[in-house]
Design a protein around this ligand. Structure first.
Ligand code: PEP
Ligand code: MN
Length: 362
């Protein structure tokens, strides 16, 4: 199965969700009790949510945490389906989960970020899905920012004959402290969009943000950048939730968020927009020209270092350069974190180019 197959994946449709309006999947991080599951589901259904999510097998980073209620939660999801008419979704990570969820008639199976990062697990799951082409499968991005790993996971599921297939962007693990729990690295789902232009790609602002206060702004970014919908964690009593408590919102809060979200047209308004885009294109041409010049100077420096037997990386010079750029950026009103990341990326490429000169045999 090659990358090209991704172009054939068609958009998902759910009963009751109008074409063109965002697909909203909501529900608790975990099903904890039958009451909590049904109370949350009824509240969400009453506000028009058509697809319910709840984890029953929970992958936890640390041992000893709440690892889900297991198989008995399947009956609660069946009750949600029966009582509300919503489609129901849960996470599967092993062949046993897949079999149990399929036997219970769960409509949507999703693979979490820790599972999609593991090709063996994805292949086992794909094999277990063979012949079940009526089920819908959503593949979350792998924990690490690797588009190929995500594509590979999707292709394995396609290889099992699943055609009702979509992806969920939930951000990427990264070292150090950040505002968000999982770094969105938006360029990765945007690249996925180019590879699979018609596939349903949802955004999970709950796991990206990690705190309920970020859910709304991340959701708006997602809708403004062409995601087809949102998967949002909602719990009837978030502060008592056994997992991901800080990022869950009540159904009432979610209703407010959904009402405030602006759904904008994907069709560009010509004239004004095309003039502005022309300016962006011009800026990008200039940026590329400047980068090319900078790399050529870097190679010149590399040749000098080689001739004089100097190390490629001079830590003090690097620190001075970054400090000076950040200072300049703050005067220009540019975001510090952004400037630092750009300068680091440019510096890394300069180093790579210089090292390649050192590798060359004369
Ligand atoms: C979840 O959806 O509750 C979950 C565990 O998500 P992720 O795989 O994105 O961490
Ligand atoms: Mn969660």
């Amino acid at each position: 199965m090659s990358y090209h197959a991704l172009q054939d994946i068609q958009p998902l449709r759910f009963n009751g969700v109008r074409d063109g309006s965002p697909i909203i999947i909501a529900g608790p991080c975990s099903a904890e009790t039958e009451r909590q599951t049904l109370d949350t589901a009824h509240a969400l259904s009453a506000m028009g949510v058509k697809v319910f999510r709840a984890g029953i097998w929970k992958p936890r980073t640390m041992p000893g945490g709440f690892e889900g209620v297991g198989d008995k939660g399947l009956a609660w999801l069946q009750a949600v389906k029966r009582e509300t008419g919503m489609a129901v979704a849960t996470e599967v990570a092993t062949v046993e989960h897949v079999r149990a969820a399929l036997d219970a008639g769960i409509d949507i199976l999703w693979m979490g970020a820790r599972t999609s990062a593991n090709p063996f697990a994805m292949q086992d799951i794909a094999d277990a899905l063979q012949g079940h082409d009526d089920v819908t499968v959503l593949v979350k991005n792998p924990v690490n920012p690797d588009l190929d790993l995500w594509l590979g996971a999707l292709l394995r599921i396609m290889g099992a004959g699943i055609t009702r297939l979509g992806a969920v962007h939930r951000g990427f693990s990264s070292a150090g402290a950040h505002i968000y729990r999982n770094d969105p690295q938006w360029h990765i789902p945007f690249d996925l969009r180019r590879m699979a232009p018609h596939m349903t790609i949802l955004c999970d602002p709950s796991h990206i943000g990690g705190k309920r206060q970020y859910v709304e702004q991340l959701s708006q970014i997602a809708l403004d950048t062409g995601f087809d919908g949102l998967m949002i964690e909602s719990h009837c009593e978030p502060d008592k939730a056994l997992s991901d408590s800080a990022q869950q919102v009540t159904p009432a809060v979610l209703q407010g968020i959904l009402q405030r979200l602006v759904v904008r047209s994907g069709v560009p308004v010509e004239d004004e927009l095309s003039l502005l885009r022309q300016q962006i294109d011009d800026c990008d041409h200039e940026l590329l020209a400047v980068l090319t010049r900078r790399m050529s100077v870097a190679r010149e420096i590399g040749r000098f270092k080689k001739e004089n037997n100097l190390r490629v990386v001079q830590p003090q010079r690097y620190q001075d350069m970054i400090d000076a750029r950040l200072d300049e950026a703050s005067h220009l009103g540019l975001n510090q974190d952004f400037t630092q990341r750009v300068m680091q990326a440019i510096h890394e490429e300069s180093v790579r180019q210089q090292l390649s000169l050192f590798e060359k045999k004369d």
